[in-house]
Design a protein around this ligand. Sequence first.
Ligand code: UGA
Length: 425
Amino acid sequence: MAEREPIGVVGVGWVGLCTAACFAELGHHVYARDIVAEKVAALGRGEVPMHEPGLPELLARNAERLHFTTEMGEVLDNARLLFVCVDTPPTYSGDADLSRVEAVVAELGDSEDHAIVMKSTVPVGTGRAIQRRRERLGYVSNPEFLKEGSAVDDFMRPDRVVVGAGEHSDGFAGRVAALYEPLDAPIVRTDVASAEMIKLASNAFLATKISFINEIANVSEELGADVNEVARGMGLDERIGDKFLKAGLGFGGSCFPKDVSALKQLAGNSGYHFQLLNSVIEVNDLQKRRAIGKLQKHLGSLVNREIALLGVAFKPHTDDIREATALVLAARLQSEGAHVRVFDPVALENAEELLGGARIAGTALDALDGADAAVLVTEWPEFAELDWAGEVRGRMAQPVVVDGRNFLDREALEAAGFTYEGIGR
Ligand code: UGA
């Protein structure tokens, strides 16, 4: 095998670690730097600090090509393409906080041998602003489209790879595109601002699709239609597509909420009022609370009711709880006077301090024991496999289930005597 270009990764969070592991799998030596010494030490010992299917195996298999360090010098000495993977969380105003990106840029100097390859999601215009200050350094925008819970697969089988660069970084852009050649995916070669916009617009569009189907769900409930059937019928139209048409208790996670508000703010700052995105956000905020009304419909007042929340992670196969619906629900339920117990197969450790007065249960059955109602918040497969008709029915004080992801077998639950409430059905 021809010698593959070594690469640098700056910021070993979820994106950085997945990127590092996948490039190592493709045969590259990867020099990955993080400022948190304990994290670097743990990675050096082969410990994986997050839950992501397939990632531990990839890290173990490619350990000899993965070099974790706290030293930027080690990265700069060994690699020319520097993938910046630090996070850009929202500020109070909804704008993206670029302080971590700026701190990295300040460390990189201005050598014409190196190029920043921006994977972090940044506002449109960030690349241009950095290039103005670092004229010699190359700059390539290479946004990531990985989904938590299926990141390894997404990396290895991307729908497309976006590579944005100005003329002066043409050579670097070619080298970045070449890294992805083994994946046989369409490469979108474009300018930096368009690449930045492709990322934000893609996430905003997917979030819009979810808010749209959630509103169709809410109307379907009123009009007697079943949103699952509606989505199936709509999704077969190739122009619509069947993905991201699952109604539920709203979208969460570290990306959609943040990127929708970042794009809205960005538009606002440029003098354009992005009306549609306001609605996408508002619909999502209301949707997260929708389980409350459904519980009240069956239980009346929620004061002193025991409510079990199944799932805390913002979606299955991750331990990420950022913007998770369960956090909003737990707080709202408690302010209605309910007692909340929660269970999640992997996310409890992360959630404990954010769940306030909620009781952390050791198992799903423990959470359901004596509960007046259960709300399925995250569609972990193991929740469908519970013995609902037998053990769960026997343990719950009242057989009321709000299925916030239309995930459980409604007929089976109803046959077992449960009062079942889905979303949009
Ligand atoms: C999202 C995008 O899908 C990725 O392409 C992107 O790279 C990533 O953000 C990012 O910007 O880093 P992620 O947030 O990991 O990925 O998760 P998704 O699978 O997209 O789910 C986001 C939220 O939408 C979850 O809360 C999920 O439950 C919800 N969702 C998704 C629905 O409510 N309905 C659907 O049909 C699909």
